[in-house]
Design a protein around this ligand. Structure first.
Ligand SMILES: Nc1ncnc2c1ncn2[C@@H]1O[C@H](COP(=O)(O)OP(=O)(O)OP(=O)(O)O)[C@@H](O)[C@H]1O
Length: 284
């Protein structure tokens, strides 16, 4: 497979390798003979917001799995907050794909958030009971979730559940926040609520954000850089550098038009499978 390296500058002026909290060097990920991406160099600075875009199967979730220490790269090096990726790193927060929780789930919201401190272990865990309660309360505050924190999570709306997932990701005070399509199946109002919670975190705590999404527009004002993956090829750069007809036509190897209307970016192409035309309805 031909692999194109980042022709766009790939680093914004504020992303210096020495200060980056996520760093991939010549990283390749493949499953068997299939290469998802190769020669990937990416440095993410504290407080930077990187949107990860690409069609189904292009390796976006796999990138997050690599950073979480759940999947080794085939070659190259990866550092996250100065360390090799490893499971259970409390300096990394993770907001998984939005999926409705079972209605019968009786766990309270505040207990779900507390799992972000102790993983699957119940009890007082690494922190004393009082410190733990304070951390959970602070995370609930950050997402304005006190009103429903004691209700069974299975009875909450999708937007409320997603706010709790963000709180769970923030409770360990992470330096890097990995978000896997956190806006999926949320209505516009809740998309704005959740994305501004994430934005507030990176502005107040300088937390870097890698944000996997199929739709850039809901987060476009927040995005510093885009990593766009297509079929083993990728581009890294600012939205203005990457979201152009020329760059996307090269990536998709098809004629793609990019139309900007009222501050939004619309990607139009004859080819099926364009990232922005794919809303994953089948998953919900
Ligand atoms: N453990 C694995 N072993 C083999 N193949 C895998 C494994 N995990 C993922 N894949 C394959 O790698 C490809 C990329 O998967 P990934 O979930 O990273 O894509 P994605 O870009 O997040 O897709 P989507 O937008 O559909 O969520 C898919 O074709 C998937 O089937």
């Amino acid at each position: 497979m031909t692999v194109e390296r980042d022709a766009a500058p790939g680093r914004s002026e504020h992303t210096r390798p020495e200060s980056s909290v996520v760093s991939l060097r010549d990283a390749t990920l493949g499953y068997g003979r299939r290469v998802l991406w190769s020669g990937l160099n990416l440095d993410v600075a504290p407080g930077e917001f990187v949107a990860v875009l690409g069609p189904n199967g292009s390796g976006k979730t796999s990138l997050l799995r690599v950073l979480l220490g759940l999947q080794p790269v085939t070659s190259g090096s990866v550092r996250v907050v100065g360390e090799s990726p490893g499971r259970g790193n409390r300096r990394i927060g993770y907001v998984p794909q939005q999926r409705a929780m079972e209605e019968s789930l009786v766990m309270r919201g505040r207990d779900l958030v507390g799992l972000g401190l102790d993983g699957h272990r119940w009890g007082i865990g690494l922190l004393g009971m009082r410190a733990r309660r304070e951390r959970v309360d602070a995370a609930l505050d950050a997402v304005d979730a006190h009103g429903f924190a004691d209700a069974p999570v299975g009875r909450l709306s999708g937007g409320e559940q997603q706010r709790l997932r963000v709180a769970q990701a923030l409770v360990s005070d992470p330096e890097v926040l990995l978000c896997d399509e956190p806006l999926l199946s949320l209505d516009l109002a809740n998309q704005q609520v959740v994305s501004s919670l994430i934005d507030r975190r990176r502005r107040t705590a300088n937390t870097a954000v890698l944000f996997v999404t199929h739709e850039i527009n809901p987060v476009l004002p927040l995005v510093d850089r885009v990593l766009y993956l297509v079929d083993g090829r990728f581009r890294i750069g600012t939205p203005d550098e990457v979201m152009t007809a020329r760059t996307l036509s090269e990536l998709y190897r098809a004629k793609i038009d990019v139309v900007r209307v009222r501050g939004q970016i619309h990607v139009v192409g004859a080819q099926a499978g364009l990232c922005e035309q794919d809303h994953h309805e089948d998953r919900n």
